[in-house]
Design a protein around this ligand. Structure first.
Ligand SMILES: C[S@@+](CC[C@H](N)C(=O)[O-])C[C@H]1O[C@@H](n2cnc3c(N)ncnc32)[C@H](O)[C@@H]1O
Length: 447
């Protein structure tokens, strides 16, 4: 594979490519890297490649003519794929690297100063790539990153081709941890240990077992758990296989309980009231709870007749599927209504879950008002799921009816989900809509 780097600082490129995997690949002739300098395409005495920006402002901009000529010379005809390294480009991913590594020739254009004249991008750039959301002083480090990441995927560069398949990001997951000898490492303990104190760390026994199936399962489990904890964004896109599901701790959704609270809630004047149950709330949130795989949906009201009404409505649907002869089909509304439970108070739900799981739930409130539950830590849905994934407790998510949960009367709340915001200042969603949106943000899969 051939790389041509268009840069006014070729001296930054060459020394970085002489050692390691890329150095050996160049020596073996598997890849080649050359540079083209836009200064060689200038006609003035100072070999000028920059000029002041139209419209004013700080810094200089790379002039179009020498850059266009340099890119043309680098790309040949028909032109090879031309990439501009730019903080405004699409973020470089392993998936994109895999595709680029299949090309025979890649031209990497490095900006300097404030960047390059926009018309060069229109005329002579096929793709803009960014290393990340920060600004470097030039594109050369980016070009080296692209060369390194692509080169190691070119056949014949890595000693063992499988090593690129198992790495972080190759299958949308982070890689498992590695260990080498010694099996028992005794090393100075990290601060705040006393001087001279040591710590002994062992290699996980499964890796020393020689059982290849057990090792593969352990590695996969580590890879899944790491991704869930460190990169919830990647994990949300990952579709676990059946084998993965067995290796993962139960999904947070499996131990999440939704509670629709009818007391204590505020009315429009700020008074504490008990609201009435509605048929819609029972059905719609039961169906949302089922769709997102929740453990149960609790209707909380101190009014006995209201609880009986809820149980009656849920049971009507259950009866329709000929229970007890066959359990409700997973896609049926009866399946959803089977998740409905009733309780006279939030405290009762907490006591039930504590008995069921052997540990008290993490109680999460929701509110349309950002100032509700003062002092309670705020979480985005992504942060909450990432936190809950590495904690043992079940989650109890409280939805308020009326004018919202009476925050000062619910001391068990230890997290608050940030209010849902739309594009207007008004965010008075029905509790059914708010519940569905929050569940999708918590547990919805990326398409
Ligand atoms: C100082 S930067 C210009 C930044 C530009 N004024 C902006 O705010 O987008 C100079 C050059 O460094 C390179 N560069 C800077 N940050 C980068 C990043 N995150 N990824 C890829 N290239 C980058 C680009 O080639 C860019 O033209």
């Amino acid at each position: 594979m051939k790389f041509t780097v268009v840069t006014i600082l070729p001296e930054l490129i060459e020394p970085a490519l002489t050692a390691g995997v890329v150095g050996r690949a160049r020596e073996a002739g598997v890849i080649s890297v050359t540079t083209v300098n836009p200064r060689d395409f200038t006609s003035d005495r100072h070999r000028t490649v920059d000029d002041t920006p139209y419209g004013g402002g700080p810094g200089m901009v790379m002039k179009p003519e020498p850059l266009l000529a340099a890119i043309g010379a680098a790309a040949g005809a028909p032109p090879a794929h031309r990439v501009l390294l730019s903080p405004a480009g699409a973020r470089l991913t392993q998936g994109r690297v895999r595709e680029l590594a299949k090309l025979p020739h890649l031209v990497l254009v490095c900006g300097r100063y404030e960047g390059i004249d926009e018309r060069v991008i229109e005329l002579a750039i096929d793709e803009e790539l960014s290393l990340g959301d920060y600004v470097l002083s030039g594109g050369e480090l980016g070009a080296l990153v692209v060369i390194d990441a692509c080169a190691r995927l070119v056949p014949g560069v890595l000693g063992e081709p499988a090593s690129a398949d198992e790495e972080s990001h190759s299958a949308g997951l982070l890689e498992y941890p590695h260990y080498t000898r010694p099996a028992k490492l005794v090393a100075p303990a990290p601060p705040p240990a006393m001087p001279g104190e040591t710590r002994e760390l062992d290699v996980p026994p499964v890796l020393q077992s020689g059982n290849h199936a057990a090792i593969a399962a352990w590695r996969r489990q580590q890879s899944l758990a790491r991704t869930a904890a460190r990169r919830p964004d990647l994990f949300a896109k990952h579709r676990p296989t059946k084998a993965d599901a067995k290796l993962l701790p139960p999904h947070v959704a499996d131990r999440t309980h939704l509670a629709l609270v009818h007391h204590p809630v505020f009315d429009r004047t700020g008074k504490i009231v008990t609201t009435s149950l509605t048929n819609f709330d029972i059905h719609d949130l039961a169906r949302s709870s089922m769709t997102y795989g929740l453990a149960a949906y609790h209707l909380v009201t101190p009014v006995t007749s209201q609880r009986e009404k809820a149980e009656h409505i849920a049971k009507l649907w259950l009866d329709e599927t000929d229970l007890p002869r066959k359990p409700p089909a997973s896609g049926s509304r009866a399946g959803a209504l089977a998740r409905v439970r009733t309780a006279d108070s939030i405290e009762t739900v907490i006591a039930e879950l504590t008995a069921e799981y052997g540990t008290a739930p993490l109680v999460v409130a929701t509110s349309a008002r950002a100032e509700s539950f003062p002092g309670v830590p705020r979480r985005t849905p992504e942060e909450l799921v990432a936190e809950a994934a590495v904690r043992p407790e079940p989650l109890l998510v409280l939805l308020g009816t009326g004018w919202g949960l009476a925050d000062h009367l619910i001391p068990s709340v230890s997290r608050l989900l940030a209010p849902i915001e739309g594009r207007s200042d008004w965010n008075h969603l029905s509790v059914r809509s708010a519940g569905a949106i929050l569940l999708d943000r918590l547990f919805g899969r990326a398409p």
